[in-house]
Design a binder for this molecule. Structure first.
Ligand SMILES: Cc1cc2nc3c(=O)[nH]c(=O)nc-3n(C[C@H](O)[C@H](O)[C@H](O)COP(=O)(O)O)c2cc1C
Length: 171
């Protein structure tokens, strides 16, 4: 799992989901913000981690309909020509990619047209690199603005984590 969350200690959703995955056998959670607080990605280490994986889960909170900045940096630097694509260098070919994200807003503000736009870049990346885009798992209303909201967010995140587990255990 490639996890990004700049304030994981304050997180509800991404903390719950990544903790569930971290407890599984044969999984590794790479928290980019902890590994690279200065944004200086160790490209070789990231590429080696990807080579070891059969399934890559990109886990993040939605920031402005997109991803936190360090995830973009990671994509731009790690999924590079000569490693992930180009000539015969499709080293990620056949690996499964799952987009897994938390959304602060309610379901009504995120109809499928919006979700389709959110996932477009990861679907495109997978296709370009001959990976298999398996699908997306997401949950809405992940915010702790009030006690009730926080409880609901915890439930939604646990539900999300279980869906994700079910999916990866189905491979
Ligand atoms: C910089 C920033 C931008 C955000 N942009 C969006 C957004 O575009 N849509 C949305 O629904 N929530 C947005 N949010 C809310 C986050 O998606 C929400 O806090 C997060 O998914 C909750 O996950 P967590 O419990 O792991 O922190 C934004 C939050 C921040 C800090």
């Amino acid at each position: 799992m490639i996890l990004t969350h700049p304030k994981i200690d304050e997180s509800i959703g991404n903390r719950i989901i990544s903790n569930v995955i971290a407890k599984q056998e044969n999984t590794e959670v790479r928290h980019l913000d902890k590994l690279y607080p200065d944004f200086k990605i160790n490209i070789k280490a990231e590429q080696e981690a990807l080579l070891k994986a059969d399934t890559i889960i990109i886990q993040y909170p939605i920031f402005w309909y997109s991803t936190p900045a360090i995830l973009k940096q990671w994509i731009d630097q790690v999924i590079q020509f000569g490693f992930a694509f180009g000539d015969d260098n499709y080293n990620l070919e056949g690996k499964k990619l799952i987009a897994s994200f938390t959304i602060g807003s309610p379901v009504k503000d995120y109809p499928q047209e919006i979700i389709d736009k959110i996932i477009f870049h990861l679907q495109g990346l997978a296709e370009y690199c001959k990976m298999e885009y398996v699908g997306e798992i997401f949950c809405n209303d992940i915010n702790g603005y009030s006690d009730g909201a926080k409880e609901n967010a915890i439930k939604a995140a646990n539900n999300h984590a279980q869906k994700l587990l079910k999916l990866i255990n189905s491979f």
